[in-house]
Design a protein around this ligand. Sequence first.
Ligand code: AMP
Length: 589
Amino acid sequence: MDLSTIIHKTAADLRVAPNFSDYEAERHGFSWDAIRRTLGAQPDGGLNIAWQAVDRHVESGAGDKVAFRFLSRGGPAARAVTYAQLASLTNRFCNVLRELGVGKGDRIFILAGRIPELYTALLGGLKNGCVVSPLFSAFGPEPIATRLNLGKGSVLVTTDQLFMRKVAAWRDRMPSLKHILLVAEDGGSTAIPGTLDLAAMMRSATDACQITPTTSEDMALLHFTSGTTGTPKGAVHVHGAALTHWATGRYALDLHADDIYWCTADPGWVTGTSYGAIAPLLHGITSIVDLEEFDAQRWYGILHDEGVTVWYTAPTAIRMLMKAGTEAARVRAFRRLRFIASVGEPLNPEAVWWGKNVLGLPIHDNWWQTETGGIMIANTPAFDIKPGSMGRPLPGVDAAIVRRNEDGRAELIDSPGTEGELALRSGWPSMFRAYLNEEARYRKCFAHEWYLTGDLARRDTDGYYWFVGRTDDVIKSSGHLIGPFEVESALMEHPAVAEAGVIGKPDPVAGEVVKAFVSLNKGFEPSEALRLELLGHGRSRLGASVAPKDIAFLAELPRTRSGKIMRRLLKARELGLPEGDTSTLETGS
Ligand code: AMP
C-alpha cells in the first residue's frame, strides 16, 4: 500500500465528539485571554500552575477524583492518589520547604524515576514559589552536577539509591546545594549523613498551606536542553505556561473530563513534566504513571487493563512495539483507547499506519521543543492525517518557514514545498523567557517577532508541516536530545583522549545513537581494551542513555582552519555520504 495515503477521519476513528472540528474557525476565534478566563481566577488574583492543576479541582468539588494511578511491578497493585490527596501532599511538601527556610525563587532539582514523590515535589515546590528543575534519572553524575551548578540548585529531591550511585561522590562539587531530601526506595526511612529523610519530614509537616503568591510571569520551571556547543542551556519557563498546557491538552490531545490518560515520557524531560503531569491535571483527568521501564507485553497490558483512552507516546517506543510483532498487540482489544499521539522525533508513515492497522487508530504526530514549553504543531482530531507530516499549527500558534538573512532578519518563504527554518511568532504563553544567565544565546534565537527553532521543515499547500532535519549537530537518541559537546568533554577527561568528535548515527529503533571518534594522546595506542575502557568511562560519567554506544579511533580529527572539529564531515564519512563543502577544512587532516 502507499504509505503516504491520507488518513481520512471517520466516526470510528474519533469514537467521541472531538473538542473541535473546524480548524480554521477555531484558529480564527481563538484568544489567549479566553483561555485565561476558562482556567478561572485564583483567590489571590495571581497565577500558579500548582493551584490551577490541583487545588482548583478540589475547590470545585472534584477532590475525590483520581489524579494519578501509579503502577509498579511486584509492589501494591496500584496506588491511586486523588486530587484532594495530591492537594494535601503538595501542601505538606510546601511546608517542608518553608521549614527549611527555602522560599520564593529558590531552585529545587528533582532526580527520580516516576515515583509519587516526584509529582509531590514538583507541584509542592511550585506552591512555594520555587523554581523546579526535574532531571533525567538515567543521567550520570557529570550531567547532574553540571545542571545543578548552572541552575544554582539549593534543594535536591532524590532517592537514597540514586543519591549513593550518582551524587554522593560529587557532593563537594555542588556548592549551592543546601538540602538533600531522600526518598527510601524500599518505602522505609533513610539515615544517610548530610541528607534528610523526606518521608519523616512529610509526616511532621501540616497540610494547611497558603500558596506563595505568583504571577503569570514568575519563573516556575527550568528545563535543561542541549546545543551544539557550550554548556547545557537552562530554558526558563513561567507560571503562565499553564495556559498553553491547558489549550494544547484540549486541541492536540483531545482531553475530555472522563479520560484515562497515559503519557509515557520521563518527567526528567519537558514532555514528562508538561504532559505527564501539568496538562492532564489542568484538565482534571486521571493519569496512569508506570514506574517500570519499557516492556511490550506490559505496555499492552496497561493500555488494556487500565482502560487507557488517550495515549501520548514517542516514536522510539512505537518502533519497539512494532518490533515486538503484531501478535503481541492482537492478543488484546483496546476498546477504550480512542486517541494516540506521539512526539519527540520524526514519526515515519509506517508507524502512523501501524497504529491504524494494528491498534485500530492512527497515530497523531506532533511537534514542539523544550523552548516552546508546549505543543505547537500537531495532527489533531479535527483534520485528516498526512502520514509523515507533523500536522498544522495549533490555534494560538503562528508558524512560518523562513530563511535567516545576513543582517539577522528572517525572510518569510511563502512558496509551499520550499525548505527553510521553522519559525514561530513570539508571544504564546509557554514560550521560554530566557536561557538562564545567557542573554546573548537567547537573543540569537529571535529575528524580530519570530522565534527561530533550529529545525528545518517545509510547509505544503494545505498548511501541513514536514520535518526535514536540524540546523545544528545535536543528537536525538530514543527521543532524548544530546549535546555532542557534553559527550566530547566527558571523553576528553580520560587521560588517553586528545580530542573527540561526536555524531548521531542513524538507528532503526532509537532514531540515532551516539558515536564518538577520538584521537589519542602520545603514549597511547588504539586497542580493543582501550575502546572498551573509554565506553565504560563514558557510561559511568554520563549515564548509559547519553554515553557513546560506539567509539572509533582516528589519527587526527577533521578540523576547520579555525580549529573546530567538523562533525558534519565525520558524519558524512561514517555514512558514506558526499562530504559537501570542505573549503574550510584544515589541510593535512
Ligand atoms: P526537546 O527540546 O528535547 O524536546 O527536542 C526538541 C526537538 O526534537 C525538536 O527541535 C525537533 O528537532 C525534535 N522533534 C520534536 N518533535 C518532533 C517531531 N514530531 N518530528 C520531528 N522532530 C521532532
